[in-house]
Design a protein around this ligand. Structure first.
Ligand code: C5P
Length: 303
């Protein structure tokens, strides 16, 4: 038997940096949104762990997130089995769309099914949180609030299916580099990030009524990492501005970049924006997509 997972990408509809923590990470409050752009991860039983991937940019050594997730799952559950993975990338690599994190979450869900582990939800969630800040979100998918490093997830009422246009420049941006450049409130010389004065509980109440009907209320769509990204990579700001001119209701860097996305009221306008932006940003990849209300999907196939 072979199991197949569809692992979606995400954008951050909102990302607030609340402060820097003693462990070096930043305390966040972020709204994750899954989108219909997918990696496909197949798994079959094997004696040990094996892995292949159709994308040359993915290392197949110990740093590979699928293999790291698999080893962590095996150590934590104590199951002495192996698995053979085949990854087909549909999500751009290094673009801040969470592809590697989604694959890691998919690995945990797949192994639990393949080995019949029946691991408690909390255990799978704890392994996910230990693998990276975005991994836990993909166990939930849809629209969700992330707190802490981003790993404490609270599902939100889904937003209406909304057309987006994603823009991928021909380079990635290292997440750690962006966080290094962020000026945290209270730090010398910095006022670029705002504390949420009323605290997290109030904002949960605000976000839990989150809706984008017809795309009218985009007040919450903001990214505190954006200034640091634009200072280092000004081309992203030019692209953001062009998305707005081309009819986006709101345009934003996703997470720490390098993806920039626009929220559009209807898909006809997305098509128009593709033709306007395509000639100016010829080296960028433009990808229309939509928000989705789900996360990882697993199905079985006869081997
Ligand atoms: O957890 P993850 O591997 O996704 O994070 C990559 C890097 O981004 C971290 O090493 C850290 O420098 C930075 N980061 C941060 N605060 C967060 C998430 C990530 O400073 N909440």
């Amino acid at each position: 038997m072979r199991l197949v997972a569809r692992c979606p990408a995400k954008v951050n509809l909102s990302l607030r940096v609340l402060g820097k923590r003693p462990d070096g990470y930043h305390e966040l409050e972020t709204v994750f949104q899954a989108v219909d752009l997918w990696d496909r991860l197949d798994v079959e039983l094997a004696d040990d762990f094996e892995m292949s991937c159709d994308h040359p940019g993915i290392p197949l050594d110990d740093s590979n997130l699928v293999l790291r997730a698999a080893r962590r799952f095996r150590e934590t559950t104590g199951v002495d089995r192996g698995a053979s993975f085949r990854l087909r990338k549909g999500i751009p690599v290094g673009g801040g769309m969470g592809g590697g994190s989604s694959d890691a979450a998919g690995t945990l869900v797949l192994l639990d099914r393949l080995w019949g582990t029946g691991a408690p939800r909390e255990q799978i969630h704890a392994i996910a949180a230990g693998l990276g800040s975005d991994v836990a979100f993909f166990l939930t998918g849809g629209t969700a609030l992330g707190r802490g490093r981003g790993e404490r997830i609270e599902p939100l009422e889904g937003i209406e299916e909304t057309p987006l246009l994603l823009g991928f420049p021909p380079f990635g941006i290292p997440t750690a580099e962006v966080y290094r450049r962020v000026r945290v409130p209270g730090a010398p010389g910095g006022d670029s990030v705002r504390l949420t004065p009323s605290g997290i509980d109030v904002s949960v109440a605000r976000f839990s009524t989150l809706k984008l009907p017809g795309g009218k209320d985009f007040g919450f769509v903001t990214n505190d990492l954006e200034r640091a990204v634009f200072e280092g990579w000004p081309e992203l700001q030019a692209f953001r501005d062009s998305l707005m001119k081309a009819g986006a209701r709101k345009a934003l860097v996703s997470g720490s970049g390098s993806t920039v996305f626009g929220i559009f009221p209807e898909s006809d306008l997305v098509d128009r924006a593709v033709s306007i932006l395509g000639s100016v940003f010829a080296t960028w990849e433009l990808r229309p997509c939509r928000t989705i209300g789900e996360g990882i999907r697993v199905r079985s196939e006869a081997g």
